[in-house]
Design a protein around this ligand. Structure first.
Ligand SMILES: CC(C)(COP(=O)(O)OP(=O)(O)OC[C@H]1O[C@@H](n2cnc3c(N)ncnc32)[C@H](O)[C@@H]1OP(=O)(O)O)[C@@H](O)C(=O)NCCC(=O)NCCS
Length: 152
C-alpha cells in the first residue's frame, strides 16, 4: 500500500479524530499538541495516521501519540510512523526514545517490544489520575501506564 509520511503543516487542520484513537482525552491531547512535532501518514493525500514526538529531557524524546484510523490499521502505517518518529528523534540528537502505553494494550505492547522498546517502569494509576472515564481494553481495566524505551 502506498503512503507518505511528512510533518503536519501549520496551516493544516489537526486531525483530532485520529489522535483521539490513541488518547481519549482532548484536554490531554491539547496539552501536548502545540509543543510536539506532529507528522502524518497520508494515503492518497488524506491523513490516515499520526505520530507526535516531544522533546522531554536532554537527549530524550517521547512519542506521546501514535494512531492509525481503524480502517487503515494492520497495513504497516503504524510501524512506519513509529520508525519515522524514532529516526526524527535520532536526527535531533536523541539517545533515548520513550513511549507509554496502557497495561491493557496487549497488541501495542507486543508491537513496541518487537520494535526494540523495553519496559522500563510502571506509572501506577496514571489513567485513573488523568482520565475521568474508565477505560477497558481486552477485558482489562486500563489503570497503569507501562513506560517503554529504546536506545537509538
Ligand atoms: C497501534 C497502532 C498505531 C498500530 O498501527 P497499525 O497501522 O495498525 O500497525 P501496523 O500495521 O504497522 O502493524 C504493527 C504491528 O502490529 C501488529 N498488528 C497490526 N494489527 C494488528 C491486530 N489487529 N492485532 C494484532 N496485531 C496487529 C502487526 O502484526 C505489526 O507487528 P509486526 O509487523 O511487528 O509483527 C494502531 O493499531 C492504532 O492506532 N491503534 C489505536 C490507537 C492506539 O492504541 N495507539 C497506541 C496508543 S499507546
Amino acid at each position: 500500500m502506498e503512503f507518505i509520511i511528512r510533518p503536519l503543516l501549520k496551516e493544516e487542520a489537526v486531525p483530532y479524530e485520529i489522535l483521539l484513537l490513541a488518547d481519549p482525552s482532548k484536554a490531554v491531547v491539547d496539552e501536548y499538541i502545540d509543543r510536539g512535532q506532529v507528522s502524518v501518514a497520508l494515503v492518497q493525500d488524506e491523513p490516515r495516521g499520526i505520530v507526535v514526538l516531544l522533546h522531554t529531557r536532554p537527549e530524550t524524546y517521547e512519542i506521546v501519540n501514535l494512531a492509525v484510523e481503524e480502517q487503515w490499521q494492520g497495513k504497516g502505517l503504524g510501524k512506519a510512523l513509529l520508525r519515522y518518529a524514532v529516526q526524527q528523534a535520532k536526527d535531533q540528537g536523541a539517545k533515548t526514545v520513550e513511549i507509554g502505553t496502557g497495561n491493557s494494550s496487549l497488541d501495542q505492547l507486543g508491537f513496541y517490544q518487537r520494535e526494540g522498546f523495553r519496559i522500563t517502569g510502571i506509572d501506577r494509576d496514571f489513567f485513573v489520575r488523568h482520565y475521568s472515564e474508565p477505560i477497558v481494553e481486552n477485558g482489562i481495566p486500563c489503570v497503569d501506564m507501562l513506560r517503554l524505551s529504546k536506545e537509538v
